[in-house]
Ligand binder design. Structure first.
Ligand SMILES: C[S@@+](CC[C@H](N)C(=O)[O-])C[C@H]1O[C@@H](n2cnc3c(N)ncnc32)[C@H](O)[C@@H]1O
Length: 271
């Protein structure tokens, strides 16, 4: 049997990658998806909400507006939590931001009415453990909400290019985008949930051109910065050429570079 992946080492490497650049700049592209998920969760005043892998706080901020505070955001990148605190303070929202790994949440069992994660928990390498943690922290009858890129959506090609140029996926791991398939979500949550509602949606992202996209993502998106560091100057032209071909092929509008990657919006009821 192959050795189990070293999840601790993978998580540390991912923590370093997400710490590069400034994801809060990229996070503005998914504000819409965050608002949509939080609406679908039908949050009530004073419910206690957890946003897992919250980044600069999109989900937590959207949730706290509906719960009238009472919200916690957790992420393993301290600089993103600082950005989230700045944003919450600007809106006078009561949100606590806590440094934590999605696979080992520092919260009591059944201590939240709702746990949600927007393109966040899906990236943790140990999917079974992440699902177990989301289930553990939510009370019976509470809800779990996720936004997950789909396996057949445009972003799968983007991540596949990064993997191909940086030596392939770590042995024994499965792709994060599996979380974007209903069957995998059912498998991971198992009998921990009583109901599952899923909806395929798109997240529209408009840039002036492929150059504009690459310049922006190379400045702010940690996983892309890390990929360019790994390939070094010798590998950079080939990586850039593949990304440019992907972007130009995926654009849905001849007037600009418009991506419409698909994602699965998930609302599950905790058993
Ligand atoms: C694509 S960003 C999404 C951020 C945020 N949810 C949003 O909607 O803007 C992915 C986030 O997941 C966080 N993340 C990835 N793996 C994590 C883990 N194992 N534990 C905690 N946070 C994690 C990253 O630090 C990053 O902030």
């Amino acid at each position: 049997m192959p050795d189990a992946p070293d999840f601790a080492a993978l998580t540390s490497a991912q923590q370093r990658a997400w710490s590069e650049g400034d994801f809060s700049m990229v996070g503005s592209l998914v504000v819409n998806a965050s608002e949509s998920l939080v609406e679908a969760l039908e949050i009530l005043p004073d419910e206690r909400i957890l946003d897992v892998a919250c980044g600069s706080g999109n989900g937590a901020i959207a949730a706290a507006r509906r719960a009238w505070g009472n919200t916690v955001g957790a992420d393993f990148v301290p600089a993103l939590l600082d950005r989230a605190r700045e944003r919450a303070a600007a809106e006078r929202l009561e949100i606590e931001f806590v440094e934590a790994d999605a696979q080992e949440l520092p919260f009591e069992s059944a201590s939240f009415d709702v746990a949600l994660s927007i393109f966040g928990a899906m990236f943790a390498p140990d999917q079974e453990r992440t699902a177990a943690e989301l289930l553990r922290v939510v009370r019976s009858g509470g809800r779990i909400g996720m936004a997950n890129w789909t396996p057949d959506g445009a972003l799968t090609d983007f991540f596949a290019i990064l993997m191909r140029h940086t030596g392939g996926p770590p042995p024994g791991t499965v792709p994060p985008v599996l979380w974007g398939g209903e069957e995998r979500v059912r498998e991971l949550f198992g009998d921990g949930i009583t109901e599952l509602r899923v909806e395929r949606r798109v997240s529209r992202q408009a840039f002036r051109s492929a150059d504009h996209y690459l310049e922006f993502f190379r400045a702010y998106f940690g996983p892309l910065r890390t990929a360019f560091e790994k390939v070094g100057p010798a590998g950079a032209p080939a990586l850039e050429a593949d990304l440019r071909a992907y972007l130009e092929g995926a654009s849905t509008d001849p007037r600009a570079l418009v991506l419409e990657p698909e994602y699965l919006q998930v609302v599950a009821t905790r058993a």
